[in-house]
Design a protein around this ligand. Structure first.
Ligand SMILES: Cc1cc2nc3c(=O)[nH]c(=O)nc-3n(C[C@H](O)[C@H](O)[C@H](O)COP(=O)(O)O)c2cc1C
Length: 445
């Protein structure tokens, strides 16, 4: 059934040696040229062939080394052991494409707002209005250590600070009127009356201006946010244009989708003003049997250590310091400063307020494909599952890759035509900018 609107498709990309699935680099079909521009260009062209709305790069400012306070297992096992600067990889991909949106993750905790505003405004100009910023507050002590901070700021405080950060960034982006640039060789270059200083003096930041980059064809970059905690969701509902979520299943998704729309209303925004997209994996085959065979190959690549290393990293807690079946103490549970939604999910699913490392491994499925919902089967079966979610639980999907670039090539070749046949996905790009293609209006200020 078609709801009239069409789904947004986002590729969940990494500037690194593996996909979200850490064992992906071990896959026989994985390419190993992630240090070359060809890798990013190829991904971009594939996604644009399939008319994906956005290629989005995640980021972390450290490799995983919270586990046993060491990095050797990360290196040996290639558990996201490389992390390139996502902005430059995104620009490389942007240069190989014309209409595909280009999204990059940047931290509000470790950069200055003026720097971030200028970097993204430049990306937006150089891609002719296709830029998006995934706003994250960062989470673990390895990032703090790399970026010269003594410790990680407390969870909710990171969001308070991020509020002011975004006020500064958006303020700068709105420092030039759309028509400020005149470029009259015999007259004005730019109209000084249509450019302003921001003069921000706040609790955390000071920034004067005027900003150094004129407004882009889409006005300003799309803001992506993926907060899952109460405070995070509130932040996402206030600032986000596109919101990423993790729904363990459709039922929870439907409930959370409706709740998020309530939160939007509380923030004074229309219920349909934001695109909500859950992270999912797809494993497609020409037939169900072929998809099952592919899934078996993928599952056989997983090593138990992958999950423990990544859990330590994301929760900012050293899982090597506890016995596998020892329950967490209440102090340890409270002290988890990483992604709290992970912790809360384990408590809910296990029914234990003091779960053990085993519970964390089993209920988060970190390091395996089951960390996100997996849509598996023939193109028709995958489209059935996407159709079931679309409209009642989401407005689109963030597709994580089981193997790069093959998972995206298969999806574009097999699933995109089926989604189009059903009227669920656009036939091509209608607009020139990312905002136009997502149906998110240019901000008026
Ligand atoms: C699809 C998706 C992508 C994310 N990408 C990143 C990322 O690249 N870097 C990062 O530090 N956090 C990333 N996050 C984490 C979120 O920004 C957020 O911190 C997390 O979902 C926990 O929510 P909370 O901050 O409200 O506790 C991502 C989350 C999701 C769901």
């Amino acid at each position: 059934m078609t709801t009239g609107r069409q789904m947004a498709l986002v590729a969940f990309l990494q500037a690194q040696n593996c996909t979200n699935f850490p064992a992906s680099w071990r896959h026989p079909a994985a390419v190993s040229d992630f240090l070359t521009p060809e890798y990013y260009r190829r991904l971009g062209r594939t996604l644009e062939d399939g008319a994906f709305h956005l290629a989005f790069f995640d980021d972390r400012l450290a490799i995983p080394d919270v586990y046993a306070d060491d990095f050797s297992v990360t290196m040996r096992e290639g558990i996201r052991a490389v992390k390139l600067d996502p902005m430059l990889c995104a620009m490389t991909l942007g240069n190989a494409t014309e209409r595909l949106g280009v999204g990059v993750t940047y931290s509000t905790t470790y950069y200055e707002p003026f720097h971030v505003a200028r970097t993204f405004a430049t990306l937006d100009q150089l891609t002719k209005g296709r830029a998006a910023w995934n706003v994250v507050t960062s989470l673990n002590s390895s990032e703090a250590a790399n970026m010269g901070a003594r410790s990680v700021l407390e969870h909710d405080l990171r969001y308070d600070r991020a509020e002011e950060f975004l006020t500064v960034v958006r303020g700068h982006w709105r420092g030039w009127d759309d028509d400020a640039l005149i470029l009259d060789k015999q007259g004005l270059f730019a109209d000084p009356d249509r450019v302003r200083r921001l003069d921000h003096k706040g609790e955390w930041f000071q920034s004067r201006g005027p900003f150094t980059v004129p407004r882009s064809p889409q006005g300003e970059p799309i803001l992506i946010q993926a907060g899952q905690s109460g405070r995070g969701r509130q932040f996402a509902a206030k600032w986000g244009d596109l919101v990423f979520v993790i729904y363990p299943n459709l039922k929870v998704g439907q409930k959370s989708y409706a709740e998020f729309k309530d939160e939007l209303e509380k923030q004074g925004r229309p219920r349909d003003s934001v695109r909500i997209a859950p992270a999912v994996y797809t494993v497609v085959g020409e037939t169900q049997a072929q998809a099952e065979d592919r899934r078996a190959v993928i599952d056989a690549l997983v090593k138990p250590i992958d999950g423990l290393v990544l859990l330590s990293e994301v929760l900012n807690f050293d899982f090597a310091a506890k016995g596998y079946d020892d329950p967490f103490t209440p102090e340890e549970m409270d002290g988890i400063s990483g992604i709290q939604a992970f912790r809360d999910r384990v408590v809910t699913l296990s029914g234990r307020s003091n779960p053990s490392p085993r519970d964390f491994v089993e209920f988060t499925r970190r390091g395996t494909l089951d960390e996100f919902p997996v849509f598996m089967g023939s193109p028709k079966q995958i489209a059935d599952q996407m159709e079931e979610w679309f409209g009642t639980a989401c407005d689109g999907f963030v597709l994580a890759g089981s193997v790069a670039p093959g998972a995206y090539e298969d999806f574009v070749r097999l699933v995109v035509p089926e989604l189009r046949r059903r009227g669920l996905f656009h036939k091509g790009y209608e607009g020139a900018t990312l905002r136009e293609n997502l149906g998110i209006p240019k901000p008026v200020f």
